[in-house]
Design a protein around this ligand. Sequence first.
Ligand SMILES: Nc1ncnc2c1ncn2[C@@H]1O[C@H](COP(=O)(O)OP(=O)(O)O)[C@@H](O)[C@H]1O
Ligand SMILES: [Mg+2]
Length: 183
Amino acid sequence: MARAVSSRGLVLNSRRETELIGKSIGRVLREGDVIALIGDLGAGKTALVHGIVSGLDAPPSVVTSPTFMLMHRYHGRVPLIHMDLYRLSSLEEAEAVGLAEVFTDDAVTAVEWADRFPTLLPSDRLELRLSHRTFTSRSIQFMAQGTRSRSLLARIRKALPSMQKQGQPPRPGPSEKRKASIR
Ligand SMILES: Nc1ncnc2c1ncn2[C@@H]1O[C@H](COP(=O)(O)OP(=O)(O)O)[C@@H](O)[C@H]1O
Ligand SMILES: [Mg+2]
């Protein structure tokens, strides 16, 4: 049974910060990684994925998908499959569209509203929980559910100084200022 590893959260003080965290995550993703995005409407799940796409150096391209399940594929350093389960209304429907078959070792998969159908997701996944704080700030918490996602979380920690040195603000990179701080 995989042991879940969680980290303390980060505060994201603007959409820009959320995208920058996503970008840092995108830079360390590997084929087969699964990102489960959890959070209310407007919590910043899609904003984070935009950052991930940029971190993967992927030019965006839309892929045809069933009308009730938004799915985009991005072709970056590693392919990214981005799903949004918001419009799937039942487990039967999610099974019928083949949700469980989407996950592959050849691509990263990022799933919005992942908490809707957890039984159809790979058990080894990195859960990112986004929550509203204020109108312009959000918090994010990371929980690794297996070997692969623990390894991903370790790479993310390495990429994000603010996750290593709790209580200290992150060091800005040479080309961009990252302002997220530990809650
Ligand atoms: N710190 C923040 N991080 C992300 N989005 C933020 C933040 N502050 C405000 N926003 C706004 O909240 C909304 C988030 O939208 P979106 O990423 O589509 O959310 P979700 O996909 O979770 O429904 C956007 O309008 C964005 O500009
Ligand atoms: Mg969204």
